[in-house]
Design a protein around this ligand. Structure first.
Ligand SMILES: Cc1cc2nc3c(=O)[nH]c(=O)nc-3n(C[C@H](O)[C@H](O)[C@H](O)COP(=O)(O)O)c2cc1C
Length: 353
């Protein structure tokens, strides 16, 4: 067993948040060195609306690298893109600990971190130091908990990260900032996207166009999905949706002792629901917006399920907690095997036509 494997196993016996901090520090110091391999060109995808070119469709979801500390290293593990954040304009401590729970029996995680981060100034300094050529690095922006004008926080965030990121995500779907998800309601979303759209146009005039994504929750009924699709489609500057964030629902099937903790549930029990919501959005939107699927992915089969539901690319986070970062290489090689078995030469071919 390599030192790296040993460290990956040791991390799993630490309390969840300590393990996460240890992992980030190990990556920063170079203790946990990714193995760089050649990317198979058959995995490359270009997102239709945004034009983003990804060496493979598997991304690291937001929340792992909140402060843009280890994006380069995570690209090195083989992710096709990495999303840093969520970052808020001012630094924020987040909720009291413990606030991160492993539900091992359920292959799930509950978190109520509450946008703990070092603030946009620090974030932008780190982000701007990442060489562009390394790969696609997105920036996920949010609002401070005590902000008087939350939309102004999004506008400030978008403007600050714009010159330094490959794309920007507007996160209105964290369950851990009270009231934040209310921004998904039709009227509030209209106002939010109106003001962020103004900032996007302003920035595009001076820097360069950046794809902007809106990240939504999985806890949406048909009416809410239709409203979000409608409002999103009306924005000519918006590239797509990321579906989805964590859920506040607790499926009956959960077995872990942590299942009643407050917060957002992610990992395996989120797979079915988030994929259903993704398919619902795809039914309304088709290819008019890029859809990125997230929620419960732990295998190449899961990736294929998201692509079949209409995703052009996917993201994962929770599965890393149980399988370690080498999971990405495994998923990519299994995906190629499935592609070969089905006689197709691009992940796009899984998508509904
Ligand atoms: C510990 C933790 C922290 C997260 N923090 C964020 C965040 O800051 N911003 C965000 O948009 N999503 C955040 N997420 C949600 C993930 O990006 C992802 O949408 C969700 O976990 C579903 O994917 P998964 O099942 O592969 O984890 C977080 C998830 C976890 C587990």
């Amino acid at each position: 067993m390599s030192l790296f494997d040993l460290a990956t196993r040791a991390v799993r016996v630490l309390p969840a948040e300590t393990a996460h901090r240890f992992t980030i520090d190990a990556l920063k110091t170079g203790l946990a060195k990714p193995e760089f391999g050649l990317e198979d060109p058959r995995l490359a995808v270009r997102l239709k609306r945004s034009g983003l070119l990804l060496p493979n469709p598997i991304g690291l979801a937001a929340g792992f690298d909140k402060n843009a500390e280890v994006a380069a290293q995570m690209l090195g593990f083989g992710f096709g893109f990495v999303e840093c954040g969520t970052v808020t304009p001012r630094p924020q401590a987040g909720n009291p600990r413990p606030r991160l729970f492993r539900l091992s029996e359920d292959r799930a995680v509950i978190n109520r971190m509450g946008f703990n981060n070092d603030g946009i100034g620090y974030f932008v300094r780190r982000l701007s130091a990442i060489p562009r050529a390394l790969g696609v690095v997105g920036a996920n922006v949010g609002a401070n908990k005590d902000s008087e004008d939350r939309i102004a926080d999004y506008v400030a965030g978008v403007k600050a990260v714009w010159p330094h990121s490959s794309y920007v995500t507007i996160n209105v779907s964290s369950p851990n900032t009270p009231g934040l998800r209310g921004l998904q309601d039709r009227g509030a979303l209209d106002e939010l996207l109106g003001r962020v759209g103004g900032a996007a146009r302003e920035m595009a005039a001076v820097v360069k166009n950046r794809p902007v994504f809106l990240k939504v929750a999985p806890d949406l009924d048909d009416r809410a999905i239709a409203d979000i699709a409608d409002v999103a489609l009306a924005q000519d500057w918006l590239s797509g949706l990321i579906v989805s964030n964590t859920t506040i629902e607790r499926p009956e099937s959960l077995a872990s002792r942590h299942k009643a903790e407050t917060g957002g549930l992610s990992g395996a029990p989120l797979m079915e629901k988030s994929t259903r919501v993704l398919a619902d959005f795809h039914a309304l939107i088709g290819d008019r917006l890029d859809l990125i699927g997230a929620g419960g992915i732990a295998s190449a089969q899961d990736v294929v399920a998201k692509l079949r539901a209409g995703a052009q690319a996917v993201q994962l986070y929770s599965a890393l907690v149980f399988h370690g970062p080498m999971l990405v290489q495994r998923i990519k090689s299994d995906l190629l095997t499935i592609m070969l078995a089905e006689g197709i030469d691009t992940p796009r071919a899984f998508r509904p036509s």
